[in-house]
Structures are given as C-alpha cells and as structure tokens.
Design a protein around this ligand. Structure first.
Ligand SMILES: [Zn+2]
Length: 279
C-alpha cells in the first residue's frame, strides 16, 4: 500500500483531487471505506481535536490500519490541531498526516509553531504529511445563517514566506473558502486567480477546507488551479442527520443501535460516493 505522501504527490502531478471527510463514529468510517474500496480511490479521514478526544487516537489509528491491511486506501489526518502537544500526540499515535492550525495567531507565531510541528513529525517518521494553515476561514462545520466575520484571504507574499520558512508539505490558504455552509446557498465565490497565483509560487499541494456549499464550477476550477486535497464536512453531516432523524421516526420502537444507524451510514455512503464520482 502506498504511503499518503506518495498518494498526494501522484495526485498533484496528475492534477487530480483527494477528498477529506471527518468522522467521529464507526458509520462514517465504514461508509468512506466502502467507497474507497469499491471505487479504488484513496480517501483521507480527519479527526478534529474534539473528534479525536471522542474516538481516541490509538483506536482511530488501529481502525485505519485494519482497513489498509484489507487493501482499502484510507488514511488518517489530525485535522486543525491548535497546539504542539496535540501534534505530538497524533504523530506518536501513528497518524498519516497532521495539520498545525495557527491561522488564528500572528504570522510569526504561526511560523514558529508550524516549524515545531514539521520538525517533530520529520524526526518520528518522514512519511508523515504536515499541513500548515494561513488565513482565517471560520471555525464551525455547520449550517450558518451568514458568512463568518473576520475572514481574511492569504496573500501570495505571505504564502511564499510561510512555506519557505516552515517546510510544510501542504498549505491550506484562505481563498474565499469558509468552514461550514451558509443557509440558502449564499456562499462566497472561491478566488481561483489567487489559488493559481499561490500554487505557481509555493509549488506544493494546496488544500481547500470548507468546500461544503461551494458551487460545482468553483470546485472544478479550484482543482484545475492547483488544489490537491478538498475537505468536505458540513454537507456530509447534514445528509447523515436527515437520514438518522427519518429512521428514528420510521422505527419508533426500535432500540437496536445498528438498525437505527444503518440509514445514516447509507446516507454517508451516497454523499461521499457522489462527491468522488462527480469530480
Ligand atoms: Zn478545515
């Protein structure tokens, strides 16, 4: 089985995209693994800090490794990690990738802490992918009433400095994207020109967070402009919740969890499969 580093560099050189979804319980992981197995496409599964605490780091690593042992190309990412201790714990547990998220901090602090993350990961296992974040894109993966305040686009100059000084493997810039999705489809457009300009200068794979709610045309253009990994969370969570609610309504006396949860798993499977097949 290829390492995630090989998977990403192959995708970047072909101009194709790798999808990233989050999970916090077994059905999302099962659904994604089924898609990865059936379509023979690699998928990255992410755990936020909250999701990591809920699932358990070593439990998550064991699950992912078991799928890989069965030939399923599925990889584990420590999504939006806000502290060095969090990075260290994920690296020590055996994650394939970590994100140090210093987008909330000053450029100088972001660079300093990202350098610590890169150095530690390299020391433990040089195959681990380290992603850096530059520019605030909001924090909540949920349906929002309006665009979050304080969104700030990454400049090309900052991206160059950040990548050069940190040595990250991938960069997540702020290019009109935002976490969560705005009710009624009022999502800002992606800045395709900016993506292309950053990619041209930094020459490492770029990651698009918060792609829920972005238009089809924007996502396609972003991939062409140099996005290699796309994170989708809110759309998938919303599909899961709707199906779960309807199965609770349809089976009012059912108490077997797996019977109630399988509808949600089906919704996740369909949503993930649809995303991957469309692009
Ligand atoms: Zn994100």
């Amino acid at each position: 089985m290829q390492s995630l580093r090989d998977v990403i560099s192959n995708a970047a050189s072909r101009g194709s995209v790798i999808w990233h979804f989050n999970f916090s319980e077994l059905t999302a992981l099962k659904a994604a693994a089924r898609v990865a197995r059936e379509l023979r496409v690699p998928i990255i599964m992410g755990l936020s800090e909250g999701e990591r605490e809920f699932v358990g780091l070593r439990t998550a690593v064991a699950l992912i490794k078991q799928y890989r042992a069965e030939g399923v190309p599925i990889y584990l990412n420590a999504d939006h990690t806000k502290s060095f201790d969090g990075i260290k714990a994920a690296v020590d547990a055996g994650f394939d990738a970590v994100i140090y998220d210093g987008a909330h901090a000053s450029m100088r602090d972001n660079i300093r802490e990202t350098v610590r993350a890169v150095s530690y990961a390299r020391m433990v296992d040089p195959r681990i992918i380290v992603e850096g974040e530059l520019g605030y894109i909001g924090a909540q993966s949920e349906v929002l009433e309006k665009v979050p305040d304080g969104l700030e686009k990454t400049t090309v100059a900052d991206a160059i400095t950040f990548v050069k000084e940190t040595g990250v493997d991938m960069l997540a810039p702020s290019v009109g994207n935002m976490h969560g999705m705005v009710r009624g489809g009022k999502e800002p457009a992606l800045d395709i020109k900016l993506i292309r300009a950053i990619q041209k200068e930094v020459k490492i794979p770029l990651v698009l967070h918060g792609a829920s709610g972005n238009s089809d045309a924007d996502i396609r253009a972003a991939i062409t402009a140099g996005i290699t990994v796309i994170h989708i969370n809110t759309e998938i969570r919303t599909a899961w919740r709707e199906k779960l609610e309807s199965s609770l309504r349809d089976m009012p006396r059912e108490v077997a969890p797996y019977k109630l949860l399988s509808a949600g798993e089906g919704a996740l499977y369909e949503a993930i499969q649809e995303k991957i097949q469309r692009y």
